[in-house]
Design a protein around this ligand. Structure first.
Ligand code: TXA
Ligand code: MG
Length: 323
């Protein structure tokens, strides 16, 4: 496999200038590509919502280059935040904390809190450092679609909606960050992701978890059941019970399929490797215009929590062709 050419310092500098000028720049992070704008510029952030077709009720994560920059956007920095970032930053952990007035309400969908994270990606960090401002960035895809893990996914989904794309090759984690709220007394896991619940609890003790989308869905639109979906209907199956009609692909873990399928894909047995492959596999299969994609549901253990969450959401708006 040949590695893509990495953006030069000049290209990163140019992208940073565009951010400072209120433009949109897509950039790689370790999780998925982000669609970035100056987090302190409400006009620039408004363009993110436009480009994604995203409702203004969805708050956007603010990306920072270091702890100092994080503290310029949050009003409180509890001890739990400090120990967590010492352990997991840079990395796929977003902390939700009380916000500073400097963060426009549009970024936080009117909430009194802001999600902040320091991505573990050299290009992302260089971009934020050169821009000299925190960068607000949701995943760089149209609302409800699959998240992009390669630059070409961004171009396919957003086209001219984005002013510049920094191509850093494939994202190494492959699914979105864990979102953890520290805004109240008890920490709440709002979205499982790249950092497991267990590893968070090993640092700050027991946390609680919000499981299903509620009336307050705006609190964490990542919790919306219809998120991260391919165009092709996705069904979750057990024991190889793939749909009996049509052409499909089967994402297999251990079980052999009971019926012939057009495409059989053996997915990694490790949750980390599976996450790395998940979106890129779904993007590839989506391009094949199959009748369905069936995925074998991994075991209900903590290491698989984030993958199971994304599989369930990806299947959320799919027709159940097994019926
Ligand atoms: O890995 C990631 O988190 C990627 C990369 C680009 O950093 N970003 C991402 O952004 O997945 P997005 O917009 O697709 O998802 C942001 C998640 C949503 O679940 C949102 O509700 C939650 O973060 N979030 C952001 N700010 C929040 C806040 N103030 N309160 C509660 N949840 C918040
Ligand atoms: Mg997203």
């Amino acid at each position: 496999m040949t590695l893509p050419r990495q953006p030069s310092d000049e290209e990163i500098g140019h992208a940073a200038e565009l951010i400072r000028a209120g433009k949109l720049v897509a950039f790689p992070t370790e999780t998925v590509y982000g669609l970035g704008a100056n987090a302190l510029d409400a006009g620039a952030v408004a363009r993110i919502f436009e480009a994604k077709g995203r409702p203004a009720s969805s708050p956007i994560i603010v990306h920072v280059a270091d702890i100092g920059m994080a503290r310029t956007v949050v009003a409180e920095w509890p001890a739990s935040a400090q120990v967590l970032v010492e352990k997991f930053w840079p990395g796929p952990l977003t902390l939700v904390l009380k916000k500073q007035p400097v963060v426009p309400n549009l970024v936080t969908a009117g909430l009194a809190t802001v999600g902040v994270r320091m991505p573990a990606n050299r290009i992302a960090l260089a971009l934020i450092e050169a821009a000299l401002v925190p960068i607000a960035a949701p995943s760089a895809n149209r609302f409800m679609q699959l998240s992009p893990t390669r630059a070409e996914h961004v171009r396919q989904s957003l086209g001219r909606g984005v002013d510049y794309v920094l191509d850093g090759g494939a994202c190494t984690v492959g699914i979105e960050s864990t979102v953890l709220s520290l805004a109240d007394d008890v920490p709440v896991l709002l979205r499982p992701g790249g950092v497991s619940r267990e590893s968070i609890e090993s640092v700050i003790g027991p946390i609680s978890q919000r499981t299903e989308a509620t009336g307050e869905a705006h609190l964490s639109p990542g919790m919306h059941p219809r998120h991260y979906s391919p165009q092709t209907p996705l069904v979750l199956v057990h024991d190889g019970q793939v749909p009996s009609s049509g052409n499909g692909a089967y994402l297999q873990l251990q079980q052999a399929p009971l019926r012939a399928v057009k495409r059989l894909i053996v997915m990694p047995a490790s949750a980390v490797e599976y996450a790395f492959r998940l979106y890129s596999t779904l993007h590839e299969l989506d391009a094949e215009r199959l009748d369905w994609i069936a995925a074998e549901m991994p075991d209900d253990t903590s290491e698989w929590q984030a993958v199971r969450d994304r599989l369930r959401r990806a299947a959320g708006n799919a027709l159940d062709v097994t019926r």
